[in-house]
Design a protein around this ligand. Structure first.
Ligand code: BGP
Length: 466
């Protein structure tokens, strides 16, 4: 029987746009998603889980189910409707109310500054491809540190790699640009530079608490021992993992990483150069970042691929409909012996263990790790208020065992945030892909604990993985 450390934080994760609803209420500015989703006509983020009004209910559930901490994000456009300039006091007041309710219920707020929701004015102006927007982000971050002194855990960004690739490689997020590798790398770098500057402001300002960044890290394994497959996996890893961890913990990109990234760019007839001065801020931040947040859901197996880029995105939960082949990188292929969920995400808890150990070895100054997202997207069955989600429990058990083994191997993992606390809106999948410990009836907004919520409570109380 495996256990977790006694002081291990057990949390639940959410994000503003996926949970709050109230997308146009009380002076909130637009985000690109508002108009894009309306144009698509499939679903919107309104009212999502209505966290804007239901937060006392959700925080009470946290208390009742021994969830120590709530990972949530601040919607930039609630504070600055245009991304900068005039402040929307109603938005500021709202977050103060949420934090004070957290305090009342004994729940620690673990707050992300940016979770996929750049204000529309800045998004239309190039988002993080435009270095002016880095200034706006840094100013917004500084405002948060000054204003929300109740918060002692800050993450600058959520998932820089998916921002860059969903926007400019797969095109499943607005502005739906596909296969533009130069934009991908530019976005990754500019966001890492913005992250570094926010960390430095936090540290120079002596604000109380911890600051880090949340990366989506999905291990890449070669599909076979063939050296071409090994090389394809190395390239996929370099762009999606090493580039970001080098930036986070070395403050610049290692030669090995850049050789592989340059090879990818050259295959796509492009190249990149960085401003040397960016690395000054990045190197400074690298030594004072308090934690790494890891979002991990799956692992990938990669084989050599010599064709043009092509992507099939499974956003409906029809098993077997996804494919991913990128020119200059490789093809991600399914391994038949590894189970997948309905959205073709491989369920492989060993990947999380490998990842944790690798970070300790490759980036010895990593400080500490929080698993900031992990969970199973599932079409939950609702029977008169009873939701038996054994598949989710099995998924969690596997991943908790991996974490426990990694802790035994000396990796400093200090907490875990299940994605998601309650069912929320999913950016590219709508509402049938549920992750929550609490089932949300999106019509009535009533919450129902799933079987997994009771399992989670037991683990939180005892630190024993059953
Ligand atoms: C991460 C995001 C979350 C959440 C999660 C599940 O990439 O940080 O916001 O959406 O993935 O993904 P999905 O909803 O696409 O299944």
């Amino acid at each position: 029987m495996r256990t977790l450390p006694k002081d291990f934080i057990m949390g639940g994760a959410t994000a503003a746009y996926q949970a709050e609803g109230a997308t146009k209420l009380d002076g909130k500015g637009l985000v690109a998603w508002d108009t894009w989703l309306e144009e698509k006509g499939r679903y919107t983020a309104e009212p999502a889980s209505d966290f804007y009004h239901q937060y006392p209910v959700d925080l009470k559930l946290c208390r009742d189910f021994k969830i120590d901490s709530l990972r949530m994000s601040i919607a930039w456009s609630r504070i600055f409707p245009n991304g900068f300039g005039e402040i929307n006091q109603a938005g500021v007041d709202y977050y103060h109310r949420v934090f004070s309710e957290c305090k009342k219920q004994g729940v620690i707020p673990f707050v992300t500054i940016h979770h996929f929701d750049t204000p529309k004015t800045l998004f239309d102006n190039g988002d993080f491809l435009n270095r002016e927007n880095v200034e706006h982000f840094v100013n917004y971050a500084k405002f948060c540190f000054e204003e929300f002194k109740e918060v002692h855990y800050w993450s600058t960004f959520n998932e820089i790699y998916p921002v860059a690739t969903n926007q400019y490689l797969t095109g499943i997020f607005p502005p739906e640009i596909k296969f533009d590798l130069k934009k991908v790398v530019t976005c990754l770098h500019n966001m890492m530079w913005a992250h570094a500057r926010a960390v430095n402001i936090f540290k120079d300002g002596n604000y109380k608490g911890e600051i880090g960044v949340v990366h989506s890290l999905e291990p890449k394994y070669p599909y076979s021992e063939d050296e071409k497959d090994v090389h394809a996996a190395a390239k996929d890893d370099a762009l999606s993992i090493a580039f970001l961890l080098d930036a986070t913990y070395k403050g610049r990109y290692s030669e090995k990483t850049m050789t592989l990234v340059n090879e990818i760019l050259a295959a796509n007839n492009t190249s990149i150069e960085f401003e040397e001065s960016d690395f000054v801020a990045m190197e400074k931040a690298a030594t004072q970042t308090d934690f790494l947040g890891i979002n991990n859901y799956q692992s990938h197996w990669v084989q050599n691929y010599d064709g043009e880029s092509e992507i099939g995105f499974n956003g409906t939960g029809e098993k077997g409909t996804s494919y991913y082949r990128i020119k200059g990188i490789g093809e991600r292929v399914q391994r038949e012996d590894i189970p997948k969920n309905d959205w073709d995400w491989a369920i492989y808890p060993e990947g999380l263990f490998d990842l944790l150990v690798r970070i300790k070895e490759d980036y010895p100054n990593y400080g500490k790790i929080y698993i900031t997202e992990n969970g199973l997207g599932f079409k939950d069955d609702f029977n008169d208020g009873v939701i038996i989600d054994d598949a989710r429990i099995e998924y969690l058990r596997g991943n908790f065992n991996s974490i426990s083994k990694a802790v035994d191997a000396g990796v400093m993992v200090k907490g875990y945030f299940i994605w998601s606390l309650m069912d929320v809106f999913s950016w590219a999948n709508g509402y049938n892909k549920r992750y929550g410990l609490f089932y949300v009836d999106f019509k009535t907004q009533k919450r129902y604990p799933k079987e997994s919520a009771y399992w989670y409570k037991f683990v939180s109380e005892t630190k024993v993985i059953i």
